[in-house]
Design a protein around this ligand. Sequence first.
Ligand SMILES: [Zn+2]
Length: 282
Amino acid sequence: MTKTRSLCFLILAAALFFSSAALAHVEIDVPAAVDVGAPFFLKVRSTQDFSGLHLRWLDRQVRVPAIEGEALILLGAPLDIVPGMHRIVGELEILDRRIAFVKEVDVRPRSFPEQRLRVARKMVTPDPSLMPHIEEERRQVRAALERISEQRHWGKPFTRPVAGSVSSPFGLRRFFNDEPRAPHRGVDLRGAEGTSVLAFSAGEVILTGEHYFAGKSVYIDHGLGLVTQYIHLSEINVTYGQMVSAGQVIGKIGATGRVTGPHLHFGLSVLGMWVDPLPLMD
Ligand SMILES: [Zn+2]
């Protein structure tokens, strides 16, 4: 019994020794703490033959390919995350080995401001006959946001879709006609009707349409689970399946859907979870 135990211990010690020896050539860069709602990068570098890594974050899984010894991914802490320690569990593909690692990220609570609006009743409570149509739009948007393409199209620096300042921040706790609604899942940027809206980064247009609440909408898949949303447009200048470059005009600012005036609502989703795009823009 004792012999088996010490043998097990030896194997474990050897495994630990080999993984830490291999990990000596690996740099894993991730913030120790982030706020609720914040996006953050995880960067892994290795001088050895590093082909990529597998990650698990908040029950989502993704493989990040390494390019010239570096793997980079954007992650985030969504609004409904429980503050506290959360684990990023990963496995590096180095030479022909798999090396496991765990990184802890401390998610700090953040309080978001409140906003009360008066809006037309039909926009708060749509006609029941429209519900199947609205549900179908939601299903399409959900599917777009949950896409995790294997290739990274995005790159830094990112493009601010319009130059205008923020009129409504991410995370705002909203009440329409005193009824609590979902928190604000993007940022509203100021701009006159007809102002050009630019792609945040390179990617593929995976959904366009005129939706009941969102009005004219564009969704772009930038790869590795990063999807951006541009809504309430007056005009859409791209088509489904089109590849766009960073800063390309994709539409014009408008006031379509459930809005009180022209602006761009810009949303950023990471592995299917909305996060605040503002920290990524100038
Ligand atoms: Zn908005």
